[in-house]
Design a protein around this ligand. Structure first.
Ligand code: S3P
Length: 181
């Protein structure tokens, strides 16, 4: 891992990876890469459309490409990933090698109350979205738990979560803020 690694956020849908990532970027001046948004911009298709027309496997391939692209930036940045990024071993290998991985942890029952079930997350387009989340939580937790640091976001506001993450980063790697020129 680099002396000042990327901060890469993992966690289930609704855990606040994008909001916390955006705040971390504002607080540090570092570039923010949201791999879901990168997939949509690069392929000019929404995630639901990719799932519907090309299938989940294609989405996972695109997601892998965007994770690699974000991690390859030599300047340390802030990266938020989709909830399923950790499920693939080829993603885990590069993520853990090239970034300081932070798990935004919340229980499925906490997550379901924050999630807008508006069709933007194809995996939750089911009769029982809480059941799906519970199942994903069980399957993915072993990987999330390998994160370098875990932040309990059950009842934490995104700004407080971001502050706590930066405090820990500073302890381990020095200040994350890019000095003003
Ligand atoms: C997914 C999570 C989504 C998005 C896609 C699949 C997952 O991202 O990548 O719908 O497999 O958990 P968020 O975690 O940002 O919602």
């Amino acid at each position: 891992m680099a002396k000042q690694p990327h901060i890469l956020l993992v966690g289930l849908m609704g855990s606040g990876k994008s909001s916390v990532g955006r705040i971390l970027s504002q607080m540090t001046g570092r570039l923010f890469s949201d791999t879901d948004a990168m997939v949509e911009a690069f392929y000019r298709m929404t995630i639901p459309k990719i799932f519907e027309e090309l299938g989940e496997d294609s989405f996972r391939q695109f997601e892998h490409e965007m994770i690699e692209l974000a991690l390859d930036d030599q300047r340390p940045g802030i990266i938020s990933t989709g909830g399923g990024a950790v499920a693939r071993s080829e993603n885990r290998a590069v993520i853990w090698e090239k970034s300081w991985v932070v798990y935004l942890k919340a229980r499925p029952d906490e997550l379901i109350t924050r999630l807008k079930l508006d069709g933007s997350r194809p995996l939750l387009q089911q009769d029982d979205p809480l059941g799906v989340l519970k199942d994903l939580y069980k399957k993915r937790s072993p990987h999330y738990r390998n994160a370098h640091w875990t932040m309990d976001v059950g009842d934490a506001a995104p700004r407080d979560a971001a502050k706590a993450i930066l405090k820990e980063y500073k302890k381990q790697f020095g200040p994350a803020r890019i000095p003003a020129r």
